[in-house]
Design a protein around this ligand. Structure first.
Ligand SMILES: [Zn+2]
Length: 308
């Protein structure tokens, strides 16, 4: 759950741009009520007609119970779970649009994953969600009311909005900090597709937390980690390039890392060494190997079609 909070920050930068380019009312014709403009107070108070997505079936993963819940009501629990309420209101709105997009995308590509339910509340599987009661209890009493109102407004202000590409909801990924450039999904999950997600620069990331991190290993520790996966792994540290970055992706992340007799994909190295991103450099200092990492990216969602 904590990790998910961290995934959000950098993503917001993208969302400031993308929603205004790609978002459109979910059903344009139902946005117009008489002569009212779409942003009039009267329409704001009307429930939005999401057609077949008005009510969704949410699986509570801990209890295995299925709850039927209104889409935007469900999103209050998602947004308040995915992003701290003290973030800027525009960031929360962007997150609401992404969460709504992701929800509709997931439901329409469910493939019977949860049998009678359409989506679950497990962040490792579908999308994090928290009850209002639990959410409120985790906030200090003096901000409970204002925090909840802020979340509700962010969802309500964007009701009916999703991000689309060629008229279809996109598979909306997000991350904590891009490190300055986002990655093309093909370099993370392989396959093809995601034409709507291309590498872009996102200025200002360095001022956020989660921009830089490091991981340090002794040679023995590093060897042990690689050996856990590759029994035939060997390395001669006396060789000049015993550990070396061989290839970078277009966004400057590590595509291939040579470690001894193994060539690891950047994403594989990230997992093996527990790094926050494939955007890293390596230094050997004294007897230690140091990874200097930029950004904090999205991992696989454990979906076979997206995992390498
Ligand atoms: Zn799920």
């Amino acid at each position: 759950m904590k990790k998910i909070f961290l995934y959000i920050i950098g993503f917001v930068l993208i969302c400031f741009i993308i929603p205004f380019i790609f978002t459109k009312p979910f059903e344009e014709e139902s946005q117009t009520v008489g002569e009212e403009s779409p942003s009039s107070p009267q329409e704001q108070s009307q429930p939005y007609d999401y057609k077949q997505y008005n009510t969704i079936k949410l699986l509570h993963s801990k209890t295995n119970q299925i709850e039927e819940i209104k889409l935007d009501e469900y999103l209050y629990g998602v947004v308040s779970s995915e992003m701290p309420a003290n973030f800027e209101v525009e960031a929360l709105r962007a997150q609401a649009v992404v969460a709504r997009t992701y929800t509709i995308y997931t439901i329409s590509h469910n493939n019977g994953k949860h049998e009678d339910a359409q989506i679950c509340d497990d962040s490792k599987c579908c999308q994090a969600w928290i009850t209002k009661e639990d959410r409120l209890s985790k906030w200090e009493e003096d901000v409970r009311d204002s925090n909840w109102k802020k979340i509700v407004s962010a969802v309500d202000d964007t009701k009916g909005k999703i991000i689309t590409y060629n008229g279809e909801p996109i598979d909306a990924f997000f991350h904590s900090n891009s490190g300055g450039t986002t990655e093309t999904p093909i370099n993370v999950w392989g396959g093809s597709g995601y034409e709507y997600l291309q590498s872009v620069t996102t200025a200002g990331e360095e001022s956020y937390t989660q921009y830089a991190s490091e991981a340090e290993f002794t040679k023995e520790e590093l060897e042990k980690k690689v050996k856990e996966k590759y029994k035939d792994f060997s390395i001669n540290w006396n060789e000049e390039n015993a550990i070396q970055i061989l290839e970078l992706t277009e966004s400057g992340r590590v595509k291939t890392l040579k470690v001894g007799n193994k060539n690891l994909a950047g994403v594989e190295a990230r997992t093996l060494f527990g790094l926050k991103s494939t955007n890293f450099e390596i230094k050997q200092e004294n007897q230690k190997i140091k990874f200097n990492v930029k950004g904090y990216g999205h991992r696989s969602r454990n979906e076979p079609n997206r995992s390498r």
